[in-house]
Design a binder for this molecule. Sequence first.
Ligand SMILES: *[C@@H]1O[C@H](CO)[C@@H](O)[C@H](O)[C@H]1NC(C)=O
Ligand SMILES: *[C@@H]1O[C@H](CO)[C@@H](O)[C@H](O)[C@H]1NC(C)=O
Ligand SMILES: *[C@@H]1O[C@H](CO)[C@@H](O)[C@H](O)[C@H]1NC(C)=O
Length: 370
Amino acid sequence: MSGFKYHLWLPVAVGVMFVGLPYSISLAAQLMLGLPSKPGYKKYLEAIKPRRIYCITKAVLESLKWLQYGRLYLQLKSWYENEKNRTHYEKGIQFGRRGNKLDLYHPPGLAKSGGDKAALPPLVVFVYGGGWSSGERCVYCLLARHLTEELNATVICPDYTTYPKMNVLGMVQDVADCLIWTQENGQKFNFDKNNIVLIGHSAGAHLCVLTTLFLIDAREELFIEASKQRDLVATIKGVIGLSGVYNIMEHYKYEQKRGVEYVSAMHKAMNGVENFPYYSPTYWLEKFDQDKLKRVPPVTLIHGTCDIMVPAEASTEFSKMLTSMSVKASLYLLPDLNHTEMVTDLMSNDRRFYHVVYSCIKQEYNKLTI
Ligand SMILES: *[C@@H]1O[C@H](CO)[C@@H](O)[C@H](O)[C@H]1NC(C)=O
Ligand SMILES: *[C@@H]1O[C@H](CO)[C@@H](O)[C@H](O)[C@H]1NC(C)=O
Ligand SMILES: *[C@@H]1O[C@H](CO)[C@@H](O)[C@H](O)[C@H]1NC(C)=O
């Protein structure tokens, strides 16, 4: 009797496991995040292709790995909400045309002394990632706090308006607005407004580099006076990209290989494939003349070799390109490190890659801000 039941149960279980479950997971993901951009019913045919189902299920399961950071998340939330920690930073300062907010973290000595006019600390602007469609500044409070200590600098962590509220041009405008804010508030908050280093992670690294290049090109669509843009560029002493994307077409091809190009917000945030060059730092560099290339600040690229969200080739290729154009570039490939650890491990000094990543950042940072 039980043998009979067993024979029925096994194929059903196998069916659920290998067909029902993957189809439900990946169809739910596609309905929520985006179906293939094909006309009419063809989008559904594309959505249920076994290869796509397999790839998306795999990507969804991989993203569940985020759950292991639950404890870290609670830790940083409680740090951010603890009133005692307010001595270390200024919370929720409004800036720019869209009324986004930023937090400003003081370097260790300055919080107590109240500021020594003779030697103002340099400023680091940290732009977080989140696939151009998510992210919030409070998550990076511990990272910002450690950055102030490791670099002895003031650190600003701005929010920017992500997709679907804005496309990438809007995000670039937000980062530029944050830089304008620094020029107007250096004195008030005791930092050296002429000594700025941009650090970004993932999509944030892309935004740091792209904003710098737009400013160098004095793009009208930023709606910032050309002379002001020129002045801003002069204050940027360097850009440090962590696990970044610099060539959108190449990254799109990589997403296609993973079968996640339609569930990823990237192509939508970039206004479709036809705008990929416009949003690619590599494209602008190719267009720049010698005069503009000379104004590109030194770029440092740090990437983990175990990164499957953005492969390390993104940084190696970009570094090659910069070097070939005589822009100063440094490349650090860190073995065993993946995409998330690049930032989570900067949040607490007991994490595996804390010292490894900070020592790369420090080494380059010290060259930039002298
Ligand atoms: C910051 O907040 C945490 C709670 O997460 C607390 O343990 C810590 O003592 C606070 N730091 C300071 C300097 O008050
Ligand atoms: C940190 O920077 C300030 C000036 O911004 C300087 O006075 C201080 O000596 C520095 N501290 C360390 C440990 O380097
Ligand atoms: C990154 O690597 C760590 C340690 O090897 C691992 O626990 C984590 O799941 C990985 N994260 C992702 C998103 O692959």
